[in-house]
Design a protein around this ligand. Sequence first.
Ligand code: GLP
Length: 261
Amino acid sequence: MQVIIVTDYEEMSDRAAGIVTEAVRRKPDVVLGLATGSTPEGLYAKLVQAHKEDGLDFSRVVTFNLDEYVDLPPDHPQGYRYFMNEHLFNHVNIDVANTHVPDGRAECLSSQCERYEQMIRDAGGIELQVLGIGRDGHVAFNEPGTSLGSGTHITALTRETIEDNSRFFDSPDDVPRFAITMGIGSILQARRCIFMATGANKADAVKAALEGPVTATVTASALQMHPDTVAIVDEAAAAKLDLLDFYRWQQDNWDRIADRL
Ligand code: GLP
């Protein structure tokens, strides 16, 4: 895994936007895996800016979101379809038919999970997957204990996740208890991943994910098994990493041969 330490949220968003922009330019029909949460908001704002100011073309881009709450109405402001529309899709020239978010209101949730996996396969798989991390080390909604081989599945949310996400709802009681999420196995099949983390409240999770043992207790740790992941972590989130100096040293050296990579 390549670990890039950046100063702050702004720089993290810039670095991530640079990677996504390049992927879209190189392959206009690229299949992107997208995440929600406050972490990627800055990235999406920069993609909107790249579209408006530099004509970044999303007309053939295909997207799959990681997850969605079960049973929120489609127009609920905390639903992930709504989030994506607000932060990205409504502001770029993407074809809404090419954007996919799991349907948390499906009559049969397990067939919705199978269908979602199939749709990703039919699209040729995800080329570039954007990821954040929860305080308990989860990616998407793969809570502690989720199989590291899991495909898209239904999950119950932990108390910690409900509490964390309650800041977006009127009260913790309004946070859905269940979600559909791409599994760790699904995420590991993406050809490249960008993992982003920001803020001191993520420092323990980042330490466990990047330097701890690979374990289902911290599902983000499975990214250590992924052959092409770049972790973009700001100073505050990186504060507990043992190899912090090494990552910086390595990054300086990489930058010296960047034009030959
Ligand atoms: C939710 C999402 C995750 C996200 C996490 C952290 O649980 N399902 O994809 O990474 O929240 O969110 P934030 O970036 O707001 O800290």
